[in-house]
Write a protein that binds this ligand. Sequence first.
Ligand code: VG1
Ligand code: CO
Length: 544
Amino acid sequence: MAIKTISTQVFEGQKPGTSGLRKKVKEFQRSGYLENFVQAIFNTIAPCDGHTLVVGGDGRFFNREAIQVIIRMAAANGFSRLLVGQGGILSTPAASCIIRKHQARGGIILSASHNPGGPDGDFGIKFNGDNGGPAPESLTDSIYQQTLSIDHYLIEDAEDVNLDQLGAYSLAGTAIEIIDPVADYADLMASLFDFERMKALLTNGKFRMCFDAMHAVTGPYAKEIFERRLGAAEGTVINGVPLEDFGGGHPDPNQVHAHELVALLNGDNPMDFGAASDGDGDRNMVLGKGFYLNPCDSLAVMAANAQYIPGYAEGIAGIARSMPTSRAADRVAKKLGIHCYETPTGWKFFGNLLDAGKITLCGEESFGTGSDHVREKDGMWAVLFWLNLIAVRNQPLGEIVKNHWTRYGRDYFTRHDYEAVNSERAADMIERLRGQLPDLPGREFAGLCIESADDFSYTDPIDGSETCNQGVRIFFDNGGRVVFRLSGTGTEGATLRVYFDQYQNDPTLLGQDPQKALATLMDAADQVAGIIEYTGREKPDVIT
Ligand code: VG1
Ligand code: CO
């Protein structure tokens, strides 16, 4: 075996977005494309000598090939130890857990999350640091700079490693351990939640639940935790085998894509509790009997009830939410006398706050919730939190949330996505909005008057770093808010996201359909921004 130095040429556009580098599989299959990016990571975090690296992915098409390349490159770059999930599998939160538990230098996670997989689908790669969290912008910027000047990479000339066999191998002085992807993570969950109580609920012969793993990474985790450790009936986990193309589905846990699950929680004889996760296991959708739980409400209700959960029984230090997430959590923070931070979209912005102990819980409207137990959002964790809460409060999910609204009022929220729209037109729309910002206050649209408008920027309270242009926010005099931003995870054209939220505390108006409750705000948003005109679409592609 020998280290080979391979000459390479720069690929344009290897700039990480909201969550790592995401491109079409075809792009990643270009000779040297993956290698350049991986070498750029190693150059940025050098020296690698003597360090441990965690490697795994969501099991999508190209996962195994990519892992073999990364193993050989990591060995050539001097890592002393690699921890690789069996079968190439590691959910994003499990990777975060393993990095922390084994004091690794970091981890490489292969995933395009909820984006479709398969030969014509998407692939992605992200680097997480030694705290287990996504690389901050300063690091992703350095990695990108490296990709612009790279001219060679290092790779060990060696055979493929058997990813399916647990055990230890040695490759040119690097110890390669193929590890159980689930065990450390499941143990962490057992340390946070009251498994005994949850087991009693799941085996009482009355409570019925279903977990939809959407043929993505959470299948093995859900089977171990729900069916083995918590005693739920076999078959509780559906679509539980990770498939390279997610069974042709779209592993995005929302009501549109997890329709099989939604049907089980509605209609005749609905189940009591349902949940789904995404491609890499960091998102969650939680449903009660005939009840949809909005992720913004999920964060707020969790914060208000954290004392019921063993891992959080001593109280929470603070909360953070991404800017477009509704302000429901802010109300809970106020009542608890703790701070609620507002960060840009993307989990990487929570890392410093978590590391500094400023926050315990954090969340995003995009089906992401998590805590200081790892440094990623965590789908299974969120589902277990809810199950634990239901077991302790002995109330159905819908009732817990409705009680919360009665106490705090309800922040109606919805997000409209316009996918694969013309990139230039979408950019023009946002540019025009930015240009209008100073003139918007005082103007009226659809009968609502604008109070203030800005483009969100954030100064990290821990390291002082600044992040600008994170979304146009428009605040109306009725308390409503509309946010416009372009996605940083899409791979085709542009995806425009429009977020609406509005507070309501009239007890007779807490049970409306959000699409109706927010209808006037939607009219106003279209009038201000010209959504229909710029996108050429009459209505959004996805509503969450
Ligand atoms: C989206 C979500 C964002 C989330 C990100 C990564 O980003 O809006 O809240 O953090 O995906 O989640 P964007 O830039 O497309 O809006 V995941 O589960 O795809 O890693
Ligand atoms: Co994800």
